[in-house]
Design a protein. Sequence first.
Length: 268
Amino acid sequence: MSSSNDSSSLSGKQALVGGSTQGIGRACAIAFARAGASVTLVGRNADGLAKVLGELPRSAAQTHRTLCVDYGDWRAVQVAVDAHVAAHGAVHIVLHNTGGPAPGAAIDAKPEDFAKGFELHVLTGQAIVRSCAPGMREAGYGRIINITSTSVITPIRGLGVSNSVRAAVANWARSLAGELAPFGITVNTILPGFTKTARLEAIFKGRATRSGSTVDEVERAAIATIPAGRLGDAGEIGSVAAFLASPAASYVTGVNLPVDGGRTVMQT
């Protein structure tokens, strides 16, 4: 675990991690805890939260918690996060991460599908930030990190609603970055490429069904577009998030950072 005077240390910091029962959210929570932060896991599955809570590294100086709430209801999230801050003090690090909208072509989506996706990602994010920003300002330290997708740069076929909503999150984050930088608060967005998660598995299965191919064939085709020649691991996203959350990243803000093995480089 990092020492308190290490620029990579998160000792003494409180982190709020969304979507933390699995995949990238879980990996980021573990990375923050490993760096010394006290982590509050957020999700809607109480059993899943309890399981990950038991997996977090911890020292005597760390207190990890869970917060069970559904990001699909931004009002409930705001109430829950307000209560959390009132009870436990400032949140210094927000990892805004939640499940993506259902796959499908944009033209086939109903207007309410876009509204649901916007609420899940933008409105809930805004509610969390408004609850946590005052404590960050008072502390002179804040890190807001969004997990979206490389679709912010290049739309992904078959993810019409997700492409639209992820782009909205990225520009919301860049707007916040300019507004909050004077207070020692950074706002950055990580754009994961093809990363081994349950979400990616579901996307590959859907592609296989639509194309009449196998999941293995879909995976091989995806890997062929990645210069690194492999899928990413959620832990690699966690490592990047831990850097962005650290004092070492104090001059990094307003960035959309692909973590994708070079895939978007070959598409632009």
